[in-house]
Design a protein around this ligand. Structure first.
Ligand code: ZN
Length: 491
């Protein structure tokens, strides 16, 4: 990733001693001042949108959609071509739904038309080149202005505020930060005095590491946990399995960037005796959605992006309970606009308002991301979603971490990082419980390992799927499989 010189990028790149020095000086400044005007403006806007009426939401969305479409029409070769072919101009946008006159775009569009989608030169110092979607397909590149992080961060903070978070509160972070070396106390930890954040390494979550992290966490005073669902769950599981005494200073668990699996929220709330809060977003900055204090459904921020759900045929999904692919039109990216981009993530439509809190935001639930990576293929070809396996019983007790690897239909290797108490009885229980779901269509071999590698961004993949699946998670035909395997050998 090429990073431009923005305040945040400079900060991320500065050496620890410099941060300590600046940080000490900045302790005197109100924390919100530190992040600058864009942050403060976006935060005020996000807070205001909490109480917008339906009319205010729609009026704002029309204004933003028209602005981004006008920019695309005037400055992007690709979008202008699309609009001209349709004899459509942004002036035709009278209500948010009018955006549906434009075609959907997807990862292939990005790969083929990436440069032509841009509305300005991409070699500027204030433009970042970002790689995304690396784990299964080819990595994709897109471009975005360096200043967008402040806006996204403001919206994240506005979401967290719903359960009492305030910017400047002490926060403990387990989210893929590379924390290079152990201290004398055997701890992988670093501290950012500006944001008052303690960073720990979720690449190192052996028992001894977790014990050291939790002992250190206990000394921080009231603080928030900022985690991936998987790293938060690993810590909670460690406490619940008796690896460390429960902490009493955690104010809440803020968990995002991965799907929260059934059972993970409950385990975290029990282990830390604190509320769990999650959100949904992507590096393309198409949309951002967060829970509220009364509901675990996702409320889509109306000032950040426009979200539609569409079915396999591309038709809008607006029936409560029906599910569709999340399609986003982002308001933030002013370098490479994304208009009606298929994210590859799916969700269930709930409504245009949250009945629990009264916010007039689009409400969706049950978001499933990157689902082709999370499918297991049974011997009869059935694709079984890991989420659908719904293991919130005792199946994985005394298991720190696990991952399936599948190389052929009907067989899977289950790799396990086990706690000390793990034994033959646990193995038997896992096989028994899994077979209850797979019903004889999956031969599981269990292998105990010392660690399970995370993705480059420090996330967990629950199914290391080596079979080729199509966009809907179904197995492609055996002839295609062979062709793909041959290709991989040559690659
Ligand atoms: Zn709500």
């Amino acid at each position: 990733m090429k990073l431009a010189l923005s305040r945040k990028n400079l900060w991320d790149a500065s050496p620890a001693w410099l941060k300590q020095t600046i940080g000490a000086a900045l302790k005197l400044a109100p924390p919100a001042m530190v992040l600058g005007g864009a942050y403060r403006k976006a935060l005020a806007d996000a807070r205001a949108s909490e109480s917008w009426t339906v009319e205010q939401v729609r009026e704002r969305q029309v204004r933003e959609l028209r602005a981004i479409c006008e920019l695309a029409y005037e400055k992007s070769e690709f979008y202008r071509g699309v609009m001209q072919r349709l004899s459509w101009t942004p002036a035709a946008l009278q209500k948010p739904e009018d955006i549906r006159a434009l075609p959907l775009i997807d990862k292939a569009t990005l790969r083929e038309q990436g440069r032509a989608m841009c509305v300005r030169p991409i070699d500027g110092r204030d433009v970042d080149e970002v790689s995304t979607g690396g784990s299964s397909g080819q990595p994709l590149k897109f471009y975005i202005q360096a200043g967008r992080s402040a806006v996204e961060f403001a919206y994240l903070v506005a979401g967290w505020e719903r359960i009492g978070f305030r910017f400047g509160d002490t926060t403990a972070v387990f989210r893929g930060a590379v924390v290079p070396s152990k201290s004398l106390a055997g701890l992988r930890h670093s501290y950012d005095p500006l944001l008052r954040r303690h960073f720990y390494s979720n690449f190192h979550m052996a028992d001894a590491d977790m014990r050291a992290y939790l002992s250190h966490l206990a000394t921080l005073g009231p603080c928030w946990l900022l985690v991936y669902p998987s790293s938060g769950y690993a810590l909670a599981r460690f406490i619940l399995d008796g690896g460390h005494k429960p902490l009493t200073n955690i104010r809440g668990i803020l968990a995002g960037s991965e799907t929260t699996y059934p059972g993970q929220r409950e385990a975290c709330e029990q282990a830390f005796n604190a509320p769990y809060f999650t959100w949904y977003g992507h590096s393309e900055k198409l949309a951002l959605a967060a829970e509220c204090a009364k509901s675990s459904d996702y409320h889509v921020w109306p000032g950040y992006g426009f979200v539609e759900l569409v079915d396999d045929a591309g038709k809008p999904v607006t029936t409560p309970g029906a599910s569709g692919e999340i399609v986003g039109t982002g308001f933030i990216n002013r370098v490479m606009p994304f208009l009606r981009y298929r994210t590859g993530d799916w969700a269930t439509y709930v409504g245009e308002r949250c009945e629990a809190c009264g916010r007039n935001h689009l409400v969706i639930r049950g978001i499933e991301g990157h689902r082709t990576q999370e499918m297991l293929i049974a011997s009869d070809g059935t694709a079984i979603s890991w989420v659908a396996m719904n293991m919130h019983d005792d199946t994985f007790e005394d298991v720190r971490q696990f991952q399936f690897r599948q190389d052929e239909p009907g067989r899977a290797l289950l790799r396990i990082v086990a706690a000390p108490a793990f034994g033959d009885a646990h193995v038997a229980r896992i096989l028994r419980n899994l077979d209850r779901k797979f019903a004889g269509r999956m031969q599981i071999t269990i292998e105990r390992v010392d660690e399970i590698p995370l993705t480059a961004r420090g996330k967990t993949v629950y199914v290391d799927q080596r079979l080729k699946l199509d966009g809907a998670g179904r197995l492609v035909s055996p002839t295609q499989q062979t062709a793909i395997k041959r290709e991989e050998v040559h690659a």
